[in-house]
Write a protein that binds this ligand. Structure first.
Ligand code: C2E
Ligand code: CA
Ligand code: CA
Ligand code: CA
Length: 273
């Protein structure tokens, strides 16, 4: 038993070392990726359900690794956050997305995801202001998406208020998946709620998901907020969301996230607001 436990201890220990080494390697590769411009943004169209026209796009980060291919943001954003790289990376994302949105027809907006770390360790207001200045994008065409993982401290709330004062809109992402959604909503006047795709995925089979979606849309209306339903993959879901009164829809049914070039031709091919 003794040799067993020392053996498992060794394995455990080397496992930790491997995980640390792996994280350091990933951090190094990510830093190089930022310098070598391997980071990229894809754009997913969002449909306005009132007009049936395009509302704009959400910018979604991608890492085009030279040998490993396309790496998902779910795999590298957490490492970027832990290492502090999300700071410069987030600034680049803001600037790149705003610059791209400037090439789109006037009414189209761009939604950009902000990490909680950008609120803690960065003057996020200065970053956004710089991106707007460099790109020339009018503030009303920019929506910033945050999740409940942004702790609404006095500082964070003050930053959000300053962003709204600039003319930027603020959306609450992944609504309904956190533990504090309701208190969160009452802490700050969000402009938009993004209904998480888990509810949309189940809405046709689960009465509970339907009830949550219906209640969320009603709540948003009473609070003067709009709603975007995420992860819309079927016509049936789209019709049900339309009936429920969602403002916008986003998902593979409308289009998958695509490159800057592909979104330009997508926009050229669809009816414009
Ligand atoms: P999110 O903000 O909730 O973004 C929506 C995710 O759902 C995207 O995944 C999108 O590709 C995916 N999606 C869209 N439509 C459908 C659909 O119909 N079905 C399914 N199954 N999925 C759909 P993606 O691009 O892998 O991004 C994952 C997450 O990574 C994002 O979730 C966001 O939290 C984070 N992320 C992405 N880009 C950035 C960024 O630039 N900065 C920060 N801080 N986080 C980002
Ligand atoms: Ca988002
Ligand atoms: Ca989301
Ligand atoms: Ca999410």
């Amino acid at each position: 038993a003794k040799s067993d436990s020392s053996c498992s201890y060794r394995i455990f220990d080397s496992g930790i070392k491997d995980a640390r080494a792996e994280r350091r390697a990933l951090e190094g590769a990510l830093k190089a990726a930022l310098e070598n411009k391997e980071l990229d943004l894809f754009y997913q169209p969002i449909l306005d359900l009132a007009t049936n026209q395009m509302w704009g796009c959400e910018a979604l980060a991608r890492w085009k690794h030279p040998t490993k291919g396309m790496i998902s943001p779910l795999q590298f954003i957490p490492t970027a956050e832990e290492s502090g790289l999300i700071g410069p990376m987030g600034d680049w994302i803001l600037e790149e997305a705003c610059t791209t949105a400037m090439t789109w027809p006037q009414p189209l907006k761009v939604a950009i995801n902000l990490s909680p770390v950008q609120f803690r360790s960065r003057d996020v207001v200065a970053s956004v202001r710089t991106a707007l200045e460099i790109s020339g994008l009018p503030a009303h065409r920019l929506v910033l998406e945050i999740t409940e993982s942004v702790k609404l401290t006095e500082e964070a709330t003050a930053a959000l208020k300053k962003l709204k004062a600039l003319g930027v809109s603020i959306a609450l992402d992944d609504f309904g998946t956190g533990y504090a959604s309701m208190s969160y909503l009452s802490s700050f006047p969000f402009d938009k709620i993004k209904i998480d795709q888990s509810f949309v995925r189940n809405m046709l089979t689960s009465a509970d998901s339907r009830a949550i979606i219906k209640a969320t849309i009603g709540l948003a209306k009473d609070l003067n907020m709009s709603t975007t339903a995420e992860g819309v993959e079927t016509e049936e879901q789209l019709n049900a969301l339309r009936l429920a009164g969602a403002s916008q829809a986003q998902g593979y049914l409308i289009a998958k996230p695509m490159s800057r070039e592909a979104i330009a031709s997508f926009i050229a091919d669809v009816p414009k607001p």
